[in-house]
Design a protein around this ligand. Structure first.
Ligand code: BTN
Length: 243
């Protein structure tokens, strides 16, 4: 995979710019980056604020040959690629959190948004959005995120050029994507699990607690409940709790 990186000063959302190109028939391999997004979005319809000219906002146009039910695995690939991109720069390795976050020191450094379009029973394209906190400082985050969000700068103490950050991520992602094209998707879940912050932890959703046992081939999460049954979650959020 080789990339065509297009950098915009200011857009609504890089997801929408990439989607427009996809609908117009652009082949895969385009990466849209913006120095500023005015309507950046996160999962579950949330807003995504990235510091103007400080953080990375990037959307990839992909046309993978995988069935739609496996499309969450592309988000996993992106999370692993982000972790591999930043780990050499920071004291302790980055980890991943289900479904699609990257953590540094237990705090969120990046979020991934995968938006797929299906035609018949095939994926027509996927727009994979990556928001990586690169150079933001604590004061750039709203107070309610101070104990949950972090940037690479906050642990590294050095500014990182955004285009260099984008290029390193694109290199890491391309290696993984090419591997997927050659050998299929089976390697993705074990690779993601090797970086998972919560394997074996107790996770809670809506008052139900269970041990994080593993991830299914479609990216869903298996929680083992006290009565021995297994709860399978395919989206949403889970929170670690004490035993
Ligand atoms: C999340 O954690 O909720 C996912 C955040 C994804 C944010 C990125 S920034 C680049 C791309 N454009 C957007 O509008 N969203 C994604």
């Amino acid at each position: 995979m080789s990339w065509r990186l297009i950098i915009h000063d200011r857009v609504g959302s890089t997801q929408d710019v990439a989607k427009k190109l996809a609908v117009a028939g652009e082949p895969e391999g385009v990466a849209i980056m913006a120095l500023q997004q005015t309507t950046g979005r996160g999962r579950k319809g949330r807003k995504w604020e990235s510091g103007a000219s400080k953080d990375l906002a990037l959307s990839l146009l992909l046309r993978p040959d995988v069935p739609p039910w496996r499309s969450p695995l592309l988000g996993f690939l992106a999370a692993v690629a982000v972790a591999r991109t930043i780990t050499p720069l920071i004291p302790r390795p980055a980890q991943v959190r289900w479904p699609n976050d990257v953590l540094v020191e237990g705090k969120k450094v990046a979020g991934i948004l995968a938006e797929g379009t299906v035609q018949g029973d095939a994926l027509r394209f996927v727009i994979l959005g990556v928001g990586l906190n690169v150079n933001s400082t604590l004061e750039d985050f709203p107070p309610e995120l101070h104990d949950r969000a972090i940037s690479v700068f906050m642990v590294r103490g050095q500014i990182w050029d955004l285009q260099a950050a984008a290029n390193s991520f694109l290199r890491e992602f391309a290696l993984l994507y090419d591997e997927m094209r050659i050998q299929g998707t089976a390697f993705i879940v074990p690779l993601w699990e090797s970086l998972w912050a919560h394997r074996g932890a107790i996770l809670e959703r809506d008052g139900v607690k269970g041990v994080a046992e593993g991830i299914n081939p479609d990216g869903s999460l298996r929680l083992k409940l006290d009565d021995g049954s297994v709860m399978v979650l395919s989206s949403g959020e889970v929170f670690p709790v004490d035993r």
